[in-house]
Design a binder for this molecule. Structure first.
Ligand code: SAM
Length: 270
């Protein structure tokens, strides 16, 4: 075993040993850690830089650790009390993820508007999903539609699989680093919501590689239009300009939708 292998193993163990990152995909920690070890003077500096990247990619989106056991119990109790209370409980749980929470004020219109003109999809991917799969009751899809969701946190993914079983969603959630391992399952539609800037923090070329790799003829891609804490004013225009260059280079047409907290594009790939 070389020194760099030993250092990488030590880095992965140190990052996964911290309570904030213990559930993160080890694949992602290893990939980010290898790059940081090559770029930083010491193991300590590489561990710090790896945690910083993981924070930007995902850690920044929870104000406090989510108690998934409690969230599931709340959803189970509400499921017995009918559709309206189940939706209210799903909203309350989505509010615990900063990014998913930002969509709650527009949830009633977001999917109804963006997906209105689509033929009913058989399979939908939710890429870097956060807690968005809990929006299932708002998705204008057939009950038989298969939903496959990916994110980097093992505890969140286990919870989403329990939610799918409870809500009768066909499909599954999976721990996957979509930068190193873009989804390879064919689908009719892929949701890539407010995720490209996070993936860019891991690898500058990740957004275009991911969009090229996804095997779906339609992509619903969005960007935050409101900052976390109001700090990223004007960022939506920057994201849009950048994204339009990517679309133009591929000749992919897109329909644009503006919401208070989100700018979305329904893209026709190829
Ligand atoms: C801004 S949030 C968006 C969440 C969700 N798509 C939504 O709009 O509600 C970004 C999400 O990307 C996930 N993420 C970051 N890096 C990832 C990676 N390499 N692979 C898969 N998911 C990732 C984070 O954990 C987080 O849930």
């Amino acid at each position: 075993m070389t020194t760099s292998d030993t250092n990488l193993d030590a880095l992965v163990a140190a990052v996964l040993g911290s309570s904030k990152y213990r559930a993160v995909s080890p694949d992602l920690v290893r990939a980010v850690g290898a790059r940081e070890l090559a770029a930083r003077p010491t193991l300590k500096a590489a561990i710090k830089a790896t945690k910083n990247t993981l924070h930007q990619a995902g850690g920044a989106f929870t104000d406090a650790p989510i108690d998934y056991g409690r969230a599931l119990a709340e959803l189970r109790a509400a499921a017995a009390d009918g559709d309206e209370l189940f939706r209210a409980a799903a909203r309350a749980v989505m509010a615990r993820h900063t990014s998913t929470r930002e969509r709650l004020p527009t949830l009633d219109e977001f999917y109804a508007a963006t997906l209105a003109a689509l033929p009913p999809p058989g399979r939908v991917l939710d890429v870097a999903c956060g807690l968005n799969p809990l929006a299932w009751p708002w998705l204008p899809l057939r009950p038989t539609t298969e939903l496959i969701a990916y994110d980097i946190y093992a505890d969140q993914i286990a919870f989403l699989n329990d939610f799918f079983a409870l809500a009768g969603v066909a499909g599954r959630a999976e721990v996957r680093d979509v930068v190193g391992h873009p989804p390879d399952e064919p689908a009719d539609l892929a949701l890539v919501l407010k995720t490209l800037p996070c993936l860019e923090a891991i690898d500058r070329r990740a957004p275009e590689r991911l969009l090229d790799a996804i095997q779906a003829p339609r992509l619903l891609v969005s960007f935050p239009a409101q900052s976390l804490g109001g700090r990223r004013k004007g960022m939506a225009a920057h994201y849009e300009a950048h994204f339009r260059r990517l679309l133009d280079a591929r000749g992919w047409p897109a329909q644009r939708f503006v919401f208070d907290t989100e700018l979305a594009f329904l893209v026709q790939k190829g």
